[in-house]
Ligand binder design. Structure first.
Ligand code: ATP
Length: 133
């Protein structure tokens, strides 16, 4: 089976590197499925999952936005934060979710509201991905 190299990189360092059969994720423009030989592409990503098909199994990585770059031989995901499903600290994500929900209810200014909304989306994304492993 043909494969393509994938790296998921954050400011703290690499999170994942492997040869996979397919990469799929949600870009701001919609769902993307990348197979070996895909045309070059750069796409901004949503808070969501990067799904990697490897040896017939699917591995999940939580990403907090960022960019996906496709080159003929390689896919790179540059994310502000990224965690493999098995590395997600569920208690921490639950605490972040509750904190964000409290802030959203407190109805402070718009900046705090937007920050809390994004924190809530990151936490929900982590909990969903940790639950699917
Ligand atoms: P928190 O409020 O718990 O820090 P956050 O969404 O604000 O959550 P981020 O700013 O997205 O956190 O990430 C900061 C760093 O902590 C990143 O390296 C990220 O991978 C890591 N991280 C955040 N939450 C978790 C988690 N639940 N499990 C594992 N790593 C996490």
């Amino acid at each position: 089976m043909k494969t393509i190299k994938v790296s998921v990189v954050t400011p703290d360092g690499p999170v994942y590197e492997a040869d996979v059969e397919m990469v799929s994720t949600k870009a701001k423009s919609g769902e993307l499925g990348i197979l070996p030989g895909h045309i070059p592409l750069v796409a901004p990503l949503e808070i969501g999952a990067v799904r990697l098909k490897k040896d017939g199994k699917t591995e999940l990585i939580a990403v907090s936005g960022g960019f996906l770059e496709v080159r003929p031989d390689k896919v790179t995901v540059l994310a502000q934060a990224a965690e493999k499903a098995e590395d997600i600290d569920v208690a921490r994500a639950k605490a972040a979710k509750e904190r964000a929900e409290r802030r959203l209810q407190a109805k402070q200014d718009d900046v705090d509201f937007k920050r809390a909304e994004l924190a809530l989306r990151r936490a929900i994304n982590r909990l969903e991905i940790a639950g699917k492993q």
